[in-house]
Every structure is written in structure tokens, then in C-alpha cells.
Design a protein around this ligand. Sequence first.
Ligand SMILES: Nc1nc2c(ncn2[C@@H]2O[C@H](COP(=O)(O)OP(=O)(O)OP(=O)(O)O)[C@@H](O)[C@H]2O)c(=O)[nH]1
Ligand SMILES: [Mg+2]
Length: 348
Amino acid sequence: MNLKIGIVGLPNVGKSTLFNALTNAGALSANYPFATIEPNVGIVPVPDERLDVLAKMYDTEKIVPATVEFVDIAGLVAGASKGEGLGNKFLAHIRECQIICHVVRAFEDKDVVSYEETKAENGAPENNPASGDNPIIAQAVKKVNPKHDIDIINTELELADLETKEKIAAKRKKDASDEHVPFLTEKPVIYMFNVDEKTLVDDTKKAELRKLVEPAQAVFVNAKLEEEMAGMTKAEKMEFLESYGVKEDALGELVKAAYKTLGLQSFLTAGKKECRAWTIKKGATAPEAAGTIHTDFERGFIAAQICNYDDLVKLGSEKAVKEAGLMRTEGKTYVMREGDVVEFKFNV
Ligand SMILES: Nc1nc2c(ncn2[C@@H]2O[C@H](COP(=O)(O)OP(=O)(O)OP(=O)(O)O)[C@@H](O)[C@H]2O)c(=O)[nH]1
Ligand SMILES: [Mg+2]
């Protein structure tokens, strides 16, 4: 099972800058709304230092991390479902994701225009409260306004689902077959606030933003800083971030939040040939975990030989773990735990 995260948000909030930083893929990020037209897709390894430790211990030839896939689409605007902006056709790419990362601009930079701001300046279409018709409102939307921005996107996601429901209803009249439709509003959301350096370490301000989206999880990043780290080694990145008082990069933060929101955990396999991390649901049983490696492993499951990663590292080898009586043989009903290092016995 691989994690797939869809990035949504208003135009020019830093989605592509972030996508680039997350994937180092070099997607076009530019200071004009709708810089992104086609969706960008990038697959990156889930950071997991345990794999390096295991690889050393087992003198492993290959490390295979779990992966996470990011989808960056064009910015949505108020009225997207009616074709405003680039419309919402790119949302289809988000339907296949397990989770939505909603990027919200919370950084101040008068040089970076917000879409609502351009619209206000150009005079705006009717029925738009954030319009230039009213100078006071136009003034107000020029200020960074996360709550307002979040509401716009959430409304567009709801409208997109309504549209889908109508389409299904129309189709059902002809064809009764029940199809599973992954509605956008049913997907869990993580809010990623793109903040400036100051806010990054301002706990009061962060608490305020967090409150806007509770009970959803909020993460705070500075897309600009993340972008500057492209090409740095992990150690250099951490040193750079620490100089800003930050302990984790955007990828780490987001993946952690996604695992938590989706109730995921990982288990590890280790050997001479490869060390690998696998993603499973919390509460998955040993045969289900085996099934993520190969369906035959699940069908022919006999037992799992399991030790805890921390024990393994403390004692230094599998042999030592066995001698200490900490290697367990678990059966079909065993519920997997985070950090289990596993070898499956199966029969096909
Ligand atoms: N000051 C500052 N500028 C940023 C930050 N993040 C992004 N920008 C700038 O904002 C502009 C827009 O960034 P993009 O990443 O292209 O925005 P987007 O959300 O992908 O926009 P669309 O694809 O048009 O929807 C670029 O000029 C970025 O350099 C940030 O954290 N701080
Ligand atoms: Mg973009």
C-alpha cells in the first residue's frame, strides 16, 4: 500500500513551490496565478532512518523505502465548479488520492499576488463577495486571510462532489450498477500552512491557525525555505532548518501527519538482499501485513518471526536478540506493531 497525497489550494499560495521541495522534481513555480496547468506527479521515499541502521547491521545490498506520491494540480478558485479560473477538471486527479493536503497561504509578501487580490483589482464578477465592487471588501481580501481562503476551497470541493453526485444520478437512470465513487469531501485533509520565517517559530500564531482547522491536523512550513534546501543532503537540511528553529522538513512533517490521520504504521524487513519499509493500517494482522509483500504470503501464511526494532538495535544483531529470548513467533491473529522487524514463514 502506498501513500498518495493530493495537493489543493488557491492559486499562488505556494503549492508548486512545496511540491518541488517535497519531490525535488523541478515543477514550474512562478509568481502568477495558474502557473500549474497539468498536474505534476512525483514519487518520493518516506524518510526512515531505521532503514540505514538496519542496512549497516545486515550488510544489505539494497534499501527499499516506503514511498509517497504527490499530485500537484492547478489552483482552485471560487466558482471553479462553474468553470472560473481553470475550472475543477484537475480535481479528478485528487480523487485517486487517500488524503488531501490543503495548502493555505499564511505568509505576508506584498510582492506575491494572491488570486483574490488580482480579482479585486480587476473588478470582479457578480455574486462574488470578495469583489472589487465593494472597496472595503476589496481592501480586506488583500490581506492574507487563511480562514477566507480555506472556506473557498472547501466550498469548491463540496460543489465538485455535488456535480459528481448529479452525474451519477443521471447515469443510474440508465445503468443501475453501483460504482464506488471516491468523494473529495470524504477524504481526510491535512492543512499545510505556508508561513513566513517568523510564524514558523511563533507558537501563539500557530495555535490560532491550528484552531481554524481542528480537528484536522495542521502542519507549518515555509515553502520558500524548503525550496532553498533543494540539493542539500539530509544533514545539511537539518542544520539549515535548525538555524530557523525548525526540527523537521516539510516532507517529514507531512508524512507523519498523513500516517497519523490515516491510521498507518510501518513494519520492516531486513536481510542481506534488502532492507525495506512497508506501510500498513494500524490494527493489521500478521497475515494482512504479509499480504502487502505478496498475496501468496497472506494465503500461505504460517507464522511470523518478529522482533522489535529497538531491541534489535540495542542488542546489535538478530542472533543476540534470539539469545536474549526476544525473538517471537507469532501466528495468524497477531496484531502488528509499529517498528516490528519481520520475517514471514509461508507455504505456497
Ligand atoms: N515570500 C514567499 N513567497 C512564496 C512562498 N511560497 C511560494 N512563494 C512564491 O509565491 C509564488 C507562487 O508560488 P507557486 O508555488 O507557483 O504557487 P501555486 O500555488 O503552485 O500557484 P498555481 O499553480 O498558480 O495555483 C512564487 O513566486 C513563489 O516563489 C513563501 O513561503 N514565501
Ligand atoms: Mg502551481
